[in-house]
Structures are given as C-alpha cells and as structure tokens.
Design a protein around this ligand. Structure first.
Ligand code: RB5
Length: 153
C-alpha cells in the first residue's frame, strides 16, 4: 500500500486528528489527505464519514476517522458499501482487524483514547496485512450482505 492516507474527524476528534496527522507525516513519512474538519466548530460526523469513505473507495487507500467516541463515525462509515471500518481502542484489535477483516478504515475516539495509544494503534493498523484464506470467504460474505441490502454491487 502506498504511503498515503485519507483522514477526517468531527469537532470531537479534531485535537486527536491534528496529533495523528503530525505523527503520520513526521514519524511514518505518510502523505496525508485531510478532509476536515479544520477547526473546532460543530460538524456532523456522518458528513465527514461520507467524504472520507468516498475518497477511500476512489483511491483504494486506507482511511482514518475520528469523532468523540469513534462510535457515530464508524457506524456511519459502515453504511457505505465497500467500507470495512473498525473502531479500535487497543493495538491487538487494530492488528486483528487487518489480518481477519481486511478493514480499510480505522476509527478512533478522540475523547476515549489518549494520543500516544492512538498513535500506536494507527501504526499497528498500517503495518499489518490481510491473511486471506478462510478470512477471505468471510469478508466476501460481508460484501454479499451489502448486495442483499442494496441490490447492487
Ligand atoms: C459530538 O459531540 C459527538 O457526539 C461525536 O463526536 C461522537 O462521539 C458520536 O459518536
């Protein structure tokens, strides 16, 4: 995967987003596409999830979404076909969601996870790969669920 990533947050995730962007750029040498928000004015997390996830789908890159708890923004992201968004508050989950679920978007809670743990979760997510094999069949079943819901691929 290219060293480029899409990121977005609502106001509840804004401070953590700024920390994660600096970490990605300075420590992980990633190019970061920041889709907002750009200050602490109140915005609606489904709008940010939609913008980031559409860009993730278009580019094939990973995405990071942050709101206060990470819950609203991850629920929103998972409504979008082709997005497998994992809300993680520990490194083990971040590792396993890449290995087993082939997650393409990581969600974090700006008010629930401290910046150092969040950076470690991000690094773990970006340095682990999908196992395929029996997990491929299961991920394909997630895609089938999407098709059943929408009647389209
Ligand atoms: C915004 O106040 C807050 O509701 C949002 O950031 C998030 O925590 C929702 O799940």
């Amino acid at each position: 995967m290219e060293n480029k990533i899409i990121i977005g947050s609502d106001h509840g995730g804004f401070d953590l987003k700024q920390e994660i962007i600096a970490f990605l750029q300075n420590d992980m040498k990633y190019e970061v596409q920041d889709m907002g928000c750009y200050d602490k004015n109140s915005v609606d997390y489904p709008d940010i999830a939609e913008t980031v996830c559409n860009e993730v789908k278009k580019s094939g890159l990973y995405g990071i979404l942050i709101c206060g708890t990470g819950i609203g923004i991850s629920i929103s992201a998972n409504k979008i076909n082709g997005i497998r968004c994992a809300l993680c508050s520990d490194e083990y989950s971040a590792k396993m969601t890449r290995h087993h679920n082939d997650a393409n978007v990581l969600a974090l809670g700006g008010r629930t996870v401290g910046p150092e743990l969040a950076k470690s979760i991000v690094q773990t997510f970006l340095t682990n790969d999908f196992d395929g094999g029996r997990h491929e069949k299961r991920v394909n079943k997630i895609k089938l669920l999407e098709e059943k819901q929408t009647g389209s691929k």
